[in-house]
Design a protein around this ligand. Structure first.
Ligand SMILES: NC(=[NH2+])NCCC[C@H](N)C(=O)O
Length: 305
């Protein structure tokens, strides 16, 4: 049996699924791209190579293991990009949620069937057909759940809109004791600098009471203001449009004081160290070309208090 429990973004990590790039299918055709950054790199002939993606993920695995984390990897599906495990399932409290994700990516879920099969069926929640929700948009934070989503007609309009209003409703009904705070995200299928693909592309809680945030990722200024109020301005690290493009909000917490970050995030890593965090820097810039980073590549199964 695999035990699942996650109630926030930063408590000590015990078990995680880490994505794989093995047999990831190489450079997609332009019409197969489902995010604008991937599009950009296909057009510029700079899409990453499997060997580089694999070595970045191995570096990540090494750090996780150094901290005693049990690391599961998806079963390999031939010619399928399985780097971003975050979106294909998620845990809130002691429930593992099996979501409905973008149709282009649905088969990725088969890669973690062997893990789901080891979870007590009483702890599995399968979402209804009309609900669309991806783990990158969902963040349990103690008595709150933060969710990124798109209302109609944005949801129907953009391939990069991944969580709908029914997704938010599903969380409210499934976790009645939690305060579900839903934020509409800014979307663009063509410009990665104007696209918050998931909530974790413009915001992430860190430490015990802090967060990284990019104001421009929120469609409604009030939602950004709510988060400023909630965390307190002094506890926020505000990032620029360019830093959001390189995915600075998508670092990953192994513990309240330990954050895995990208080597190139010099400003962010400096601030994190000043604020007392241990920053484990790794290479992840090739993975970032596919519009995801460290949080996106992980699916935490167990965090303890
Ligand atoms: N949680 C995340 N932000 N995941 C990023 C996923 C990126 C992937 N290219 C997609 O479009 O689905």
């Amino acid at each position: 049996m695999i035990k699942v429990y996650v109630n926030d973004e930063t408590s000590l990590l015990k078990a995680v699924v880490l994505g794989t790039a093995e047999s990831f299918g190489g450079t997609p055709k332009l019409e197969e791209a489902y995010d604008p950054k991937t599009r950009e790199h296909i057009l510029n002939d700079s899409f990453p190579l499997e060997a580089d993606l694999r070595s970045e993920l191995t570096e990540f695995e090494t750090v996780l293991k150094k901290y005693g984390v049990t690391v599961y990897r998806p079963q390999i599906i031939e010619n399928c990009n399985q780097v971003f495990s975050r979106d294909i399932g998620f845990v809130i409290e002691d429930k593992f949620i099996i979501p409905n994700i973008l149709k282009h990516r649905r088969k990725e879920i088969d890669g973690i069937d062997y893990i789901v099969d080891q979870i007590d069926p009483d702890h599995l929640l399968e979402v209804p057909d009309e609900v669309r929700i991806e783990g990158g948009d969902v963040m349990p934070w103690k008595d709150h759940i933060f969710v990124g989503y798109s209302k109609s007609p944005d949801f129907e309009k953009y391939v990069v809109a991944r969580t709908n209003e029914k997704g938010v409703q599903f969380l409210k009904e499934s976790f009645p004791a939690k305060k579900v705070m839903a934020f509409e995200l800014k979307k663009s299928d063509t410009d990665p600098r104007d696209n918050a693909l998931h909530l974790d592309c413009c915001f992430q809680p860190i430490g015990r009471d802090s967060a990284i945030i990019y104001k421009g990722g929120f469609k409604n200024p009030d939602d950004y203001e709510f988060l400023v109020e909630f965390f307190g301005r002094q506890n926020l690290i505000e990032i620029t449009r360019e830093e959001m493009y390189f995915m600075n909000s998508n670092v990953f917490s192994i513990a309240p004081d330990v954050i895995v970050s990208e080597k190139g995030f010099t400003r962010l890593n400096g601030i994190l160290r000043e604020r007392g965090f241990i920053v484990e820097e790794i290479n992840f810039a090739e993975i970032s070309k596919m519009e995801g980073l460290l949080r996106c590549a992980t699916l935490p199964l167990l965090r303890t208090f």
